[in-house]
Structures are given as structure tokens and as C-alpha cells.
Design a protein. Structure first.
Lengths: 972, 420
């Protein structure tokens, strides 16, 4: 390629020169250039290397379909990897390198692979590398594979996201898209017009056309400007619609202006009542030997570089086509100072008027001929043209513009579920039937005729705005008759998928081996699996497969179109949800208090909670021991706010709760509370907690912190799906209340001191009772329930007054020894007591019987899970049962998760049980443990081995709980 | 049936020199016979493996595999290619351990390079609860001979340097465990390798053959299938149609305890090696590895509602892809190339259903949830054993359908406190 900038023309700003680097060399370009156009203007012929054979490659295309020019842009954090040079807008100081080659694209050591190409046919790796072992070959293959080398630095770029709704989304701002948006906008509805390029106009930017009496480019700019000035219209350039999902949801990706490397992408999630797909069409290459030599380009790309960027791709041109459209390249090329050596039309009959016109200009047009060979190292210098009579002629040329015809860009249409049809008259797939509220127009519907595109777009736009049902698209205008084969029959490598080095011979090999399903062909040869996802190779591959297997393309079928249409940075999908916003933390109402108090936080069941409050120089373990001791000796204050609270109200509330809970709740007296287990339909414990009866028809259901929202949904599911006849309402009020739990022998004394209108005497406010009143002059719901085994008051106050309550309690209680207590100590205390920790001691297989709740089977009324519990399997005596474990060495706690073995048995085999909770009790001065043991309740007193990382230990199976077995302190 | 061409480096060399013209079809495309000993419905990995082991191990070669589309077009060709056996219950360990053992020898057994790459899988825990669950899980596995080992935070950082192990991470890494024998294989190669080997033993693989009805005879015993290519009779048949199990069961007149969900997977553009292991996070559910071609292959969550549609929704996609960007901070600029979706059979105990169906003569292999690929050799070998001998293999017996009536569930997801 001897590409050069022509004197005038193009959408570049010649007053704004830019400097950039490619493969270490310095070049110049202009604002408005793409990296590709700037390279071409500088005469850079080799811009990349192919994936497998490392063949030198030049630019094939000018847009999203480019398979060859893949570059890394920038260095260090956030460097763009695997960008297409055709999509990279030039900016000053841009630093790009070709990928997967060393030291440069022009000279690449790995090109030696090409020498072995005859042995590297499609799928060769399935047939070898097995002996002696794949692992010996794989590392080298992995190193050789991959395109760009990504940075290991964290990505500094932050992306944005937006949700938007509109009546009409128009994808593509070419002539049809602009006309559609304009027509729809006239009705006053909300419109979004998305265009992937920096500029609107599509083909009007590189085809000579007058629209409505105005030059095409000017028309496009004017329509876009008018649209942008309308109140409910958004015109988004540099915005690619990459995904079309169910319910007319589309994902658009908007890019920043060039050079703003630190400003990220914006992901638009658009719900549109109607979608107009004006996505245009992409040109196909021709399949002939040597079609990958730098200098062989798509005819449309040659035109785009000339018109849009003022770059003539070379000097002496040969056009090779099987489509009328490429004829239009000749005159502009001549006008730009180029020379045209020949137009080779593979068809026997070309367009008579255009042929005549070219011949008048002295251009040789050869019909029924083919290019059978390209020459030049590495860049094109000549082609061999074979005429229909068999004669061959060598033609000097540095650019070969090829056109195999045009494929409507159906990717989004197919993603939407739309059905396409092969239309032999235009030799392309075009839309046949829509599934979602969507319609195609313009080239996307199969017509390249700019003169009808306005009317086509207008019809689509106004119909979409009115919500009219889709018509089936009209049959497009027919191109000249075509008959030639899809591949030129001549020796040499004829590429179908350029990046992945898939040749026509590879397709033939796959066919020979019976990989004749189009999906098998794709997966076996990797055809269409490169980063361009088959945009240039797809239809050619299908056509050749069809020819080889004697099938029409329509019978061959297609592979599925998949999101995204063009590759998108992973980071764009994270959007704003990074760091702390990735999965937002849930804080408790007194979080600030805990922070001020120096708490160490951990996440439990989605809540950020204090695990302990270490003092200066204190370890978290020491803090745990101190806090636990404070509860046993004086009192502790624990934040129980995450505990789920669901009000269940209505005349049928008692009946409903009897069904929901494994134990009876309907006989609970007003003002009393009861511990309950909820089971799922397998009898497995789903959640536990204390439920209080606030009034005859009103209960407050308590759940675990992790279960708060899950159980609220569970109750609603049963009410809405199974028992809609029950007169019950539920209201989750978890976050409306802050909970301060005061526990320890001095709890009552402190509560009295802080002031309450509730009679706190043991006889009038016994264990498992509930009172409403005021505490520290704050309205409160107080439960006398305990998870520590000591006298406890669970004080619920409005969430916004929680911190106030904490301050009052601590101020009053501190002199008596009151300490804030974190979850570490809290869990240790309940382990001493032997209380169950749901999700810790139990798992998703633990049923109610396993924790000693056999009595519920005597219930006279039904409940969720009962059916399962009466199965023999659920009643087996050798299920894992909840027990205490008493280590022989009481000075060292057993590690949680350690497995139990029967002493004397062989080491390997299924577990006999495992430790679920463990710690060292400072109050009892001994280790305490709980566990699940196979048939544990009937093995009390038996000694078992405990397998730990530090070796074997021994423990005795016991009843759960060693603290206050008589309950004297609980009921104090 | 002629002996197949043996694949080897020597053969490749020879074919390279003579223009690749000597290769034979990897499998035939025969016309179905009116009757077979065994008809296997579903030409995915499990179905083809079943046919292969029937022929190879049990000498039952009068077998047809019926595939409504192209072989390997269901979940066999839509997964993230991970193979592992880090399960909790003895029954599962036996099952997935058998699969792993068979996978290790499969390339040579099939004479087809399935590229099983035992690069190890690192599972990370991100909280105290995760680490307690990991201790219990790995303890149980080690007692039963599974090659797992607990890792601390520094170990994780060494094995997965691209993973954010900093204390500031939203889900800081506390530690984890590794299974060294775990890894990935080329999923299509598993399908094609079994197909080629089964075909060579005389099995008829019939593509584009959709079963439209299941015919039973006296006593409700299986008799034949109706297909778009006509009626095909058989002594026995097996439903091996993940994603469509409940639909086929409906044709046979029974229901299965299966809900069908879409599971999306994703691949990025190929890049030079950045991730050497399979990495899985308990905090986000994300699992990710890098293919030999260089693409980062990952997945993470079921779609939100049951569906038979093989396409995914945007919210779940964004959540999973976003997790990659968050947990692997340098991956942000790497670009998503392609997304796809498979339909998985979800049962309440996350374990497969193997063995007899309510229709005598009709057998089941379904319910693998999100993890069927890793079990293909075992699923095939065990079903073949049952079909050939009339009795379940001891490893398969606990996975019978009747466990949902008896309550003998094998709830892996629940048992370990870790989603599988």
C-alpha cells in the first residue's frame, strides 16, 4: 500500500494536526482521523498479524467489521487492549501497538508459523498433543495464543450507567435512521437515536447522493441538528447498541470523545415501546487465493477512507466484484488522482450502463473473470486475472478493492428473536418476521438504494411512533444477475475468516470430516469466532459450506447472533457499582456509635456488625473474652437491630402462623412471646426466632438477621400463592426499629436506672414476655428473651432514636460494669448456653427432628414441612443431630469445621460429625463446643476422635450447653 | 464398521503433506433403523458417553443416539468447561470422583485430544462464615480422599495474583481452598470425541431427529419413540436431555421435580495469559478461567425466573460481568466478546437424577443443575451400566428419582453451605 492523503476532502480538520505513535514510530494525522485512516495516510501497509499463522495483514475494512488491525492503546493502568484501529479516534499523543506480534507488525518473529501452515489445518490440535501428555504442550500453546497483553494494574477508569425510556429507539443514524427518527419525532413522542460513529449520516458520508435536493452529508447534519434541538429527542453519537434483550430492553454503550482516556463508557439500559433498526449493511470480502495480502481491501473501505478521511489507499487500483455497488468506486478514485488498472467482475453479466460509462472513461471492465492470485511481499504489487476463456494476465496494482456483496447488519434483529430469510435475489439474509416490537428499514432491511431509503425510514418511523404493527419488509431492489461460485477455484490460501486464519480449504476439510452443521463448522474451524464475530466471514462461510454439501444457504442455516454486537469493556457493565457501591453494605442505625467506640466490623448475613470492641492494644480475641465476661459478671449491651421483624395482622393471623411455624403460635397469650422454628417443605429448618403476640389479631414475627427479607418473601409467597383466602396482612418492619439488647445479672438494675414505665419485676415481667412502654423516655417495645442464657431485655425503639438509647444506657450502666458486646462474644455466650445458631450449627439439611423437636409431630394441626418429617428417611436415628462436645483437653477449643471419627476406625471414610460452634469460656474457664453428630443424641457420653490440622484430638458427646443448666439465671 | 483412522502426530504430518485429503468423517450420518436395542434421546455429552460405554464396556452396539439439532448443541456446548470433584457428601464424591478419574484418561481412551488441563481450581472465602464452611467442606473431602487443601490469604494471592486480595476489597479474601486435579477441558472436543469413538463401535448418531412422542405398550412399558424421521422402536430408551427433561417427561406421561432456568456464560476477547487457575468466589458466586485461546470464560448466577429460552437477561449479565470488574481490578479494559445461555435442570437438592423413570424401560439422566459437564464420563458410564445390566451401579443408586419420595436427598448446596 502506498496510501496517501489527498489534497482536499474528508471530515477531518486539517487545521488540527495530531502526533501519534504506532509500533514505536512517530506519525502525524488530523483531528477527525481514525487510527486506521491515519496509518493508511502515512503509507503504513502492515497493521497487524493474524492469530494462528502470523501472516502480515493490512486494513481490510474501515468500520466495526475490521478483523486485522487490532491494537493496544496506551500503557499502564486502563490501557485499551484489542481495540480495532478503525474504531480508535485519533488524539494527540496516542500510542498504539499491534497485538500478538514481536517486535512489530511489520517484522514478526512468529511468522515462522506460516512455514508449517500445511500441518496446521482446522482442528489439528484435536488429533495430536495426546502423547505423552497434553500438559507438556499446553503452556507453549497458551503463550502463543491471545491477542493483546493486558496490564496487571487496576483499571482507574470509572464508567457510568443510565436507565432510559422512550417510545421509539432508532438504532443507526444513516439516511433511513435519520428519516425514521425525524418522522417519529414529528408525533411528539420521546425518541432516542443512537449512532455508533462519531458522525451521523452513515453511507451518506462516503457515497455521492443528494437527499431531498441537498448534498447527502449536509442533509444528514441538518436533520440531526434539528432533531437534537427538539425537546424529547436524544441524539447519541459514538453510541453502539450492543444488546437486544427480552421486553424491548436494549443495551447501548456510549464512548467518550477521543483522548478522554480517563472518562469511561456509559451503559444505557433502554426500554423502548418500539424499536427501529436502521443498522445498515456490511460488505463481504471475496474468497480467492491471496485475498489477505495487505492492499486487498473491501471496496466500501477504500471509498470510506477516501471520502471520510481524504486518504487514497494507494495509487493503482484493481476492483474485483460480484456486485454493482463497487463500480461506483472508480470515478471518485480517478478524481482523487488515482489510476484504475481494471475492473474485474466475476459475473458474466454486469450492469450495462455502468460498464459503458467506465469503458467510455477508458477503464477496462472484464466480465466473468476472477483474481486468482495476488503478488507482493508483503504488500500488494500485482494480481493475476483469469478471464472466462481461461487466459491469465498479470496486472500491476497496489490496491485491490473487492466486493462480494452486502449483508444487512441483522445482529440486533436476530438477538431480538427476529427470523431472517435468505433472499437469493440480493444474495443476503434479510429480516422476515419480527418477534418483538421492532422493525427494520433501509439497508438493514436489504436495500442499498439511497433514493428509497428516506421513504422507507419515514414509514418505519411514523409507524413505530403510532405503535402500528410491523409490516413484513418489502422485497428489495434486485442487483444484476449473479451466478459465479462463492470462491475462486485456484490454488493457494483463500481466507474466509481473516483473523482466525480460516481458509476455504479448512471448510472443505471440516466438510470432509462431517462437521457440516453450521455450528459444528464454526466450532471446529473457529470460523466467525474471532473478535469480529464473523461480520465479514459469516455468510461467505455458510455459502461455501452450502456449495460443498450441495445445499442452498437457506438450508445450511445460520449461527445465533449473540450479545454484544461489538466487544465492550467488562468494566462498563459494573458501571457505578464499584467498590463500596458494588454490593452496598447494610448498616445498623447505631453504626456511628459503634465506629466511634472503635468497633471491629464484619459482615454477617449482609449486615455490617461489630464483631468486638477492642480497647487500645487489645487483640480481638482478648476483647471477646472481656466482653463475654462482662455479660456474665455485670451486663453487656448488644446491637440486635438486624433481627427480622415482621408484623402479621388479621383475623386469620393465628391460623396462618400455626401453618408457618412447626410449633403452635395460636395459643400464645397477648403480651407473651415464644421461640419458634420455621421449616420448608422438606422439613428442613428455614429460620428461627421469637414471636410475640401484640394483640389478639396482631403478632410480631422475629427472624434471624440473614432471614429478614427472605422470610418476609416466604410469608407473602404462601399468602399470595397458596392461601389467598386467609385474611392476613404482613408488614416487614425490620429497619424501622433499632434493637439494644441488655443482658447480664445487672440488666434489670441498669434498665431501672435509665428509667422505664414498665414494671420490670421478675414476677410481673417474666422470661418470654413482651411489654410496650417507654425506656429512657423513648417509646419502646421490650422483650424479655435471652440468647446468652442470662437475664436479658431486648429493647426495640424507633430506628432514629437508637443511638440516643445507646448513649443513655451506656452512660447509666458503665459505672455498674456495662460493656458494649460484639458478635464474637455474643456467639460465645450462646455456645456456653447451648442455644442453636441457625446457619452455623444447622445447614440446609438439618430438619426439626435433628435438633430435638420430635414433639411437633404430636401436633393435631398441619404445618409446612410436616409431610416430609413423617418420612422414614427424616426420622432415621443415624442422621446428624445437634449435641454438645466436651474436649478432653478443656484448655483448647476445638476448631470449627473439624470432623469427628469413631476411635479405632480407619482414617478415610465418611464423617461421623463435625464441630459447628466453639470457643473458650472465660466464665467457666473451659472450652465449649457444639456440633452435629451422626445419631448424636443416643450417643451421649461416647468419646470421638476430632481430626484437626494440628493432629487428632478427643471429645465426649454431651447435651448442648454447659452454662446454667437449671435456668436460674435465665429466669432471674 | 471399518476401524477408524487413528489420530496422531504422524498422521497429521502425512495429511499435511498430501493436502489433508485423507481424513474420514469423524462420525457417519446414518439413516435410522426401525428398531434398536437402546435408543438414547439427546446427543449431548452424557448421551454420547452413554452410547460409547454401552458399546465399549458392555458390548451393546445396536444403539442409536437421537439429537434434535446438532450434537453438543445443548449444555455440553454452552458451559464454562470446568471439571472438579470438590463435593461434600460421600455419594457425590464417588460420583464426581469417578468422572474426574475417567476424564484424566479420556483423551487416550477416545484418541481425541479433549485438552483436559488440570490447572487447579482456587475457591475463595470472604468471611468468617465462609472459612468455617470451607474448613468443614475440605475436612470432609480430605477424609474421603479428595485432593483439596486449605489456603490462607497469601496462598490465594500467589495462586491468583490478578484477584483483588487487598483488605480494602469490598469482599476481602480471607483464604480459600484449592483442588489441584480440577481444571478445564475443551467442551466440544468431549462431545466430538465420544461421538467419533461411539460411531466407530457401531453406534448410529442421528442428528436433526426430534422426538415428538414416546410410545408405551402393554403394562405401560416403553416401546418406541415417534420422531420427525418416523417411529423408532427399542427395547430400552434413556432421556438424556438436560434443559428439556421436563418436556420429554411430559411426553412420557410423568412429571419430574425439575425447574428449568437459564444460566448465562461469557467470554472475553482473547488476551495473553493472565489467569492460570480456575478461580471461584464464594462471595459473588463468580467462576472464571482463561481458555487456551486466551479468552476469559466466566459465569456466576442463574437467571431470575424459570424459562426454556436459551438466552439471558441483562440484569443478571450486568451483575455477573460487574463482579469480574470488581474482583479482578485489572480486567476492566478487557472486552466482552460473546454471551450465551443454556437451560439447566434445577432440582431441590442440587444433585442429579439417574436411573429408572416411572415408565418401565425408560431411564433418566437429568437434574445436573449447573454442573453437568464435569460429570459427563460418569453420567455416561453409570447409565450404560444400568441399561446393560438392568440394575443401577452402586455409585448411581443413591441418585434415583425415588429419593424425592423417600426423603433421602443429597443436598450439596445445603450440606456444605456452599453453592455448587
Amino acid at each position: 500500500v502506498t496510501g496517501e492523503r489527498v489534497a482536499a476532502g474528508g471530515d477531518i480538520d486539517r487545521n488540527r494536526p495530531l502526533r501519534f505513535r504506532f509500533d514505536g514510530r512517530q506519525y502525524g494525522g488530523f483531528a477527525g482521523d481514525s487510527l486506521a485512516s491515519a496509518l493508511l495516510a502515512n503509507g503504513v501497509g502492515v497493521v497487524g498479524r493474524s492469530f494462528k499463522l502470523h501472516r502480515p495483514r493490512g486494513l481490510l475494512a474501515a468500520g466495526v467489521e475490521e478483523p486485522n488491525a487490532i491494537v493496544t492503546v496506551g500503557r499502564g493502568p486502563g490501557a485499551g487492549v484489542n481495540l480495532r484501529a478503525t474504531e480508535v479516534e485519533l488524539f494527540d499523543g496516542l500510542d498504539a501497538r499491534a497485538v500478538n506480534c514481536w517486535p512489530s507488525a511489520r517484522f514478526d518473529v512468529a511468522a515462522i508459523n506460516g512455514l508449517a501452515s500445511r500441518f496446521l489445518a482446522a482442528g489439528f490440535y484435536y488429533k495430536t498433543f495426546m502423547w505423552p501428555h497434553w500438559r507438556l504442550f499446553e503452556p507453549a500453546i497458551r503463550r502463543a495464543a491471545g491477542l493483546g497483553r493486558p496490564t496487571r494494574e487496576p483499571d482507574p477508569v470509572r464508567h457510568d450507567e443510565l436507565n432510559a425510556h422512550c417510545e421509539v429507539l432508532v438504532v443507526g443514524a444513516g439516511v433511513a435512521g435519520l428519516a425514521a427518527a425525524r418522522a417519529a419525532a414529528r408525533t411528539g413522542v420521546r425518541i432516542i437515536l443512537a449512532e455508533q460513529s462519531p458522525r451521523v449520516g452513515g453511507a451518506l458520508r462516503w457515497r455521492d447522493a443528494r437527499i431531498e435536493g441537498t448534498p447527502g452529508k449536509a442533509w444528514a447534519d441538518q436533520v440531526a441538528e434539528d432533531l437534537a434541538n427538539m425537546p424529547d429527542v436524544r441524539v447519541l453519537t459514538r453510541t453502539t447498541a450492543v444488546g437486544y434483550f427480552d421486553h424491548n430492553t436494549l443495551a447501548l454503550v456510549q464512548r467518550p470523545s477521543p483522548g478522554e482516556s480517563q472518562s469511561g463508557l456509559r451503559l444505557w439500559r433502554v426500554r423502548a415501546a418500539q424499536v427501529v433498526l436502521a443498522t445498515g449493511a456490511l460488505e463481504r470480502p471475496l474468497v480467492f487465493p491471496g485475498n489477505d495480502r495487505p492492499g486487498v481491501m473491501l471496496a466500501s473501505a477504500v471509498r470510506r477512507y477516501l471520502f471520510e478521511f481524504g486518504v487514497r489507499a494507494g495509487h493503482r487500483l484493481v476492483v474485483f466484484t460480484r456486485h454493482d455497488d463497487a463500480y461506483d468506486l472508480v470515478e471518485p478514485w480517478l478524481a482523487a488522482g488515482g489510476e484504475v488498472a481494471m475492473l474485474v467482475d466475476a459475473r458474466v453479466n454486469g450492469p450495462a450502463d455502468r460498464i459503458a460509462r467506465l469503458r467510455d472513461l477508458g477503464i477496462e471492465v472484464r466480465l466473468g473473470a476472477s483474481v486468482t492470485c495476488t503478488r507482493g511481499t508483503p504488500i500488494l504489487s500485482a494480481v493475476d486475472v483469469q478471464s472466462c476463456d481461461g487466459g491469465s494476465q498479470r496486472i500491476r496494482a497496489d490496491v485491490l478493492a473487492m466486493s462480494g456483496g452486502w449483508n444487512p447488519a441483522l445482529d440486533l434483529f436476530r438477538q431480538s428473536g427476529g427470523k431472517a430469510i435468505w433472499d437469493p435475489r440480493i444474495e443476503a439474509f434479510r429480516p422476515l418476521m419480527s418477534v418483538q416490537a421492532e422493525r427494520s428499514c433501509g439497508a438493514a432491511a436489504g436495500t442499498l438504494d439511497l433514493s428509497t431509503a428516506v421513504a422507507d425510514g419515514e414509514a418505519a418511523g411514523s409507524e413505530a411512533a403510532s405503535g402500528a404493527p410491523q409490516r413484513s419488509p418489502c422485497a428489495p431492489a434486485v442487483d444484476s444477475e449473479r451466478r459465479p461460485a462463492w470462491q475462486v477455484d485456484a490454488p493457494g490460501k483463500a481466507f474466509v475468516d481473516f483473523q482466525n486464519d480460516v481458509t476455504a480449504a479448512d471448510i472443505a476439510l471440516a466438510t470432509r470430516e462431517n462437521f457440516v452443521s453450521v455450528e459444528h463448522l464454526k466450532r471446529y474451524t473457529t470460523l466467525g469466532m474471532a473478535v469480529d464475530q464473523g461480520k465479514t466471514s459469516g455468510v461467505n462461510g455458510l455459502a461455501i459450506l452450502g456449495e460443498l454439501t450441495g445445499r442452498e444457504i437457506a438450508q445450511v442455516g445460520t449461527t445465533s447472533a449473540r450479545f454484544p454486537y461489538t466487544p465492550v469493556d467488562l468494566g462498563a457493565f459494573a458501571g457505578l457499582a464499584r467498590g463500596e457501591l458494588f454490593r452496598p453494605r447494610r448498616h445498623m442505625p447505631a453504626h456511628g456509635w459503634h465506629v466511634a467506640r472503635g468497633a471491629v466490623f464484619e459482615e454477617y448475613g449482609g449486615w455490617t456488625r461489630p464483631s468486638s470492641y477492642p480497647r487500645e492494644g487489645e487483640t480481638t480475641l482478648a476483647a471477646e473474652q472481656r466482653e463475654a465476661l462482662a455479660v456474665r459478671q455485670a451486663a453487656g449491651l448488644f446491637d440486635g437491630s438486624p433481627l427480622g421483624k415482621i408484623e402479621v395482622v388479621g383475623p386469620d393471623a393465628p391460623r396462618f402462623l400455626d401453618l408457618i411455624y412447626a410449633n403452635v403460635m395460636s395459643n400464645l397469650k397477648v403480651g407473651r412471646a415464644r421461640y419458634g422454628l420455621m421449616l420448608n417443605d422438606h422439613g428442613v429448618i428455614l429460620d428461627d426466632g421469637v414471636t410475640a403476640r401484640l394483640a389478639e389479631d396482631r403478632f410480631l414475627v422475629g427472624t434471624t438477621g440473614a432471614g429478614a427479607s427472605r422470610i418476609a418473601e416466604w410469608l407473602e409467597e404462601w399468602l399470595q400463592c397458596e392461601w389467598p383466602q386467609l385474611r392476613v396482612l404482613t408488614a416487614p418492619v425490620t429497619t424501622a426499629w433499632g434493637v439494644a439488647t441488655l443482658s447480664g445479672p445487672k440488666a434489670r438494675q441498669i434498665l431501672r436506672a435509665v428509667g422505664s414505665d414498665i414494671d420490670l419485676a421478675a414476677e410481673s415481667f417474666p422470661h418470654m414476655a413482651f411489654r410496650e412502654g417507654r425506656v429512657a423516655d423513648i417509646p419502646a417495645r421490650v422483650f424479655r428473651v435471652s440468647y446468652t442464657g442470662d437475664l436479658s431485655f431486648e429493647i426495640n425503639v424507633p430506628a432514629d432514636r437508637t443511638e440516643e438509647l445507646w448513649n443513655r444506657l451506656m452512660a447509666v450502666g458503665a459505672p455498674s460494669g456495662l460493656e458494649p458486646v460484639g458478635l464474637d462474644a455474643w456467639m460465645l455466650l450462646r455456645t456456653e448456653k447451648g442455644y442453636l445458631h441457625l446457619g452455623g450449627d444447622t445447614d440446609g439439611t438439618t430438619n426439626a427432628l435433628d435438633v430435638g423437636w420430635g414433639h411437633i409431630l404430636k401436633r393435631k394441626t398441619d404445618f409446612i414441612g410436616r409431610r416430609s418429617l413423617i418420612r422414614r428417611e427424616d426420622q432415621r436415628g443415624d442422621r446428624f443431630q445437634f449435641v454438645g462436645l466436651e474436649p478432653d483437653d478443656l484448655t483448647r477449643p476445638l476448631p470449627v469445621g473439624a470432623h469427628l471419627r469413631t476411635p479405632g476406625e480407619v482414617m478415610n471414610g465418611p464423617t461421623e460429625g463435625y464441630v459447628t460452634s466453639s470457643g473458650f469460656s472465660p466464665h467457666l474457664a473451659r472450652a465449649v463446643s457444639l456440633g452435629m453428630v451422626r445419631g448424636g443424641r443416643s450417643r451421649l457420653g461416647e468419646r470421638v476422635q476430632v481430626v484437626t490440622e494440628q493432629g487428632l484430638r478427643y471429645a465426649k458427646i454431651a447435651s448442648p450447653g454447659v452454662f446454667d443448666p437449671s435456668g436460674a439465671r435465665l429466669n432471674a | 464398521v471399518a476401524a477408524p483412522l487413528r489420530y496422531s502426530a504422524w498422521r497429521l504430518l502425512r495429511e499435511g503433506l498430501r493436502g489433508q485429503t485423507g481424513w474420514a468423517p469423524a462420525w457417519r450420518s446414518p439413516t435410522p433403523r426401525p428398531r434398536y436395542d437402546v435408543v438414547i434421546i439427546g446427543g449431548g455429552g452424557h448421551g454420547l458417553a452413554t452410547a460409547f460405554y454401552l458399546a465399549r464396556v458392555h458390548g451393546v452396539t445396536n444403539v442409536a443416539v437421537l439429537e434434535k439439532g446438532w450434537i453438543g448443541g445443548g449444555n455440553s456446548g454452552r458451559n464454562t468447561t470446568i471439571i472438579r470433584s470438590d463435593y461434600y457428601y460421600p455419594q457425590s464424591i464417588a460420583l464426581y470422583g469417578l468422572a474426574l478419574d475417567l476424564y484424566e484418561k479420556l483423551s487416550n481412551e477416545l484418541n481425541y485430544n479433549i485438552m483436559f488441563s488440570q490447572r487447579g481450581m482456587v475457591v475463595t472465602g470472604h468471611s468468617r462464615h465462609d472459612m468455617e464452611a470451607i474448613a468443614r467442606l475440605t475436612g470432609a473431602m480430605r477424609l474421603q480422599g479428595v485432593d483439596v487443601r486449605m489456603l490462607d490469604r497469601a496462598d490465594v494471592r500467589d495462586r491468583v495474583p490478578v484477584l483483588d486480595c487487598s483488605p480494602q476489597a469490598r469482599f476481602p479474601v480471607w483464604g480459600g481452598y484449592v483442588q489441584e486435579r480440577a481444571g478445564t477441558a475443551r467442551h466440544d472436543a468431549v462431545v466430538w470425541g465420544y461421538a467419533r469413538a461411539a460411531d466407530a463401535l457401531g453406534v448410529d448418531i442421528i442428528q436433526n431427529c426430534e422426538v415428538t412422542g414416546i410410545e408405551t405398550g402393554a403394562g405401560g412399558v416403553f416401546n418406541a419413540v415417534q420422531t420427525n424421521l418416523g417411529r423408532i422402536g427399542a427395547e430400552k430408551a434413556a432421556l438424556v436431555v438436560a434443559g428439556n427433561s421436563s418436556r420429554l417427561a411430559d411426553m412420557a406421561g410423568f412429571r419430574l421435580p425439575i425447574l428449568s432456568y437459564g444460566l448465562q456464560a461469557f467470554v472475553t476477547e482473547p488476551v495473553k495469559p493472565v489467569l492460570d487457575v480456575v478461580s471461584r468466589s464464594l462471595a459473588t458466586g463468580l467462576y472464571i478461567s482463561q481458555s487456551d485461546k486466551g479468552g476469559l470464560v466466566f459465569g456466576g448466577a442463574l437467571d431470575l425466573y424459570p424459562s426454556y429460552a436459551q438466552r439471558g437477561n441483562l440484569p443478571t449479565a450486568a451483575r455477573v460481568i460487574g463482579a469480574v470488574a470488581e474482583q479482578y481490578p485489572s480486567f476492566g479494559p478487557i472486552r466482552l466478546l460473546r454471551q450465551w445461555s443454556g437451560v439447566v435442570d434445577v432440582v431441590h437438592d442440587s444433585s442429579p437424577i439417574l436411573g429408572e423413570s416411572p415408565v418401565p424401560g425408560l431411564y433418566l439422566n437429568c437434574g445436573w443443575g449447573t454442573g453437568g459437564f464435569k460429570a459427563i464420563p460418569a453420567g455416561g458410564a453409570l447409565l450404560a451400566h444400568h441399561l446393560a445390566t438392568g440394575a443401577p451401579h452402586p455409585i448411581a443408586a443413591p441418585f434415583a428419582l425415588n429419593r424425592f419420595a423417600t426423603g433421602a436427598l443429597i443436598d450439596e448446596a445445603a450440606g456444605a453451605g456452599i453453592a455448587h
